[in-house]
Design a protein around this ligand. Structure first.
Ligand code: FES
Length: 332
């Protein structure tokens, strides 16, 4: 179940805003790289032993498997754990980096008649790729971008190229940021009723996600697609975890998962590696099918599955069996 790791060269490092830098990654010998669909991300292995997932910020110029570059947009998080600072400060043009092949846990819905994309801050990256892909395919979309000001807007040229399908909302007074696409966007008004055939996609910081989800409370959950940067803050104090038994259906495998261990760690200990990326329940990389059967009710702790999806799937990096019982999954 291991993903492939690639070595890429940093072809270009371009400052987008005061705290966002775009990194263009290419094959070291000019070969093609695996293609991807909008919404995909790669894991980047960084100096200092960090690994961080980053969304691919631009769609492929044409449909197809092969591709010559990946572009990621990285915001330097002053209060972060050091991953973004490592990229900003220690990675330079010409350097080699190890990355995973692209994975897509935030895809466009194939049947949507209209796509409403809401981006907060650097949450723009996967949604910009979606907007470009939709434009390329001639499908209907509106991309609403929320930023503090024009000076805080990353990938401004790519947004301008999308024309009237993009709406910009800046927190700073309009007079200071005048522009043809700039307008005040009232999220509550925008989302006040689910629009027929429209799917909603959102990505951004925690406060932005909370505001959008509150405004979209009346939307059917299967028409709302989201990607968090990090798990939303917990409401109360975390309890003490219990050990439980993980069963791999059809393989005769039962693993004891200790109270201070995740299911992914317990499987790793017996030689089964489940791909992970965020390890925080937000990206969906470690999601596997639940085996059908009675008494298989997980204690879901992810932030990436809908209530409907949770009947059939579970995120193994964070979720557990209820009450120290058994969690029965299928592994590809
Ligand atoms: S690794 Fe990201 S949800 Fe589990």
């Amino acid at each position: 179940m291991l993903d492939r790791t690639l070595t890429v060269r940093v072809a270009r490092k371009q400052r987008q805003t005061a705290d966002v830098t775009a990194f263009e990654l290419v094959h070291p010998w000019g070969r093609t790289l695996p293609g991807y669909e909008a919404g995909a991300h790669i894991d980047v292995y960084l100096p200092g032993g960090f690994m961080r997932p980053y969304s691919l910020a631009l769609a492929l110029p044409a449909a197809g498997r092969d591709n010559t570059r990946y572009v990621i947009g990285v915001k330097r998080e002053a209060a972060g754990r050091g991953g973004s600072a490592s990229l900003h400060e220690r990675v330079h043009e010409g350097d080699l980096l190890a990355i995973s092949t692209p994975r897509n846990t935030f895809p466009l819905h194939p049947q949507a008649r209209h796509h409403l994309l809401l981006a907060g801050g650097i949450g723009l990256t996967p949604l910009l790729a979606m907007a470009q892909q939709l434009e390329r395919e001639g499908r209907a979309f509106t991309l609403c971008v929320f930023a503090r000001s024009r000076a805080h807007l990353a990938f401004a040229d790519a947004l301008a190229a999308l024309g009237a399908n993009v709406r910009l909302h800046f927190d700073e007074p309009a007079a200071a940021t005048a522009g043809a696409q700039v307008q005040h966007i009232d999220i509550a008004q925008l989302l006040q009723g689910p629009q027929q055939g429209t799917h909603l996609y959102l990505c951004g910081p925690a406060g932005f996600m909370r505001a959008v989800l509150e405004a979209a409370a009346s939307w059917p959950e299967d028409r709302v697609h989201l990607e968090y940067f990090a798990p939303p803050a917990a409401d109360g104090a975390a309890g003490v975890d219990e050990p439980f038994t993980l069963v791999v259906a059809g393989r005769g495998i039962e693993v004891a998962v200790a109270a201070d261990q995740s299911a992914v760690d317990a499987l790793h200990d017996i030689g089964i590696d489940v791909p992970t990326s965020c390890a925080q329940g937000v990206c969906g990389t470690c999601v596997v099918p639940l085996a059908a059967g009675q008494g298989n009710a997980p204690d879901h702790r992810d932030h990436c599955l809908t209530a409907t999806e949770r009947h059939a799937k579970v995120a193994l990096c964070c979720s557990r069996a209820q009450h120290g019982g058994r969690l029965i999954v299928e592994l590809p």
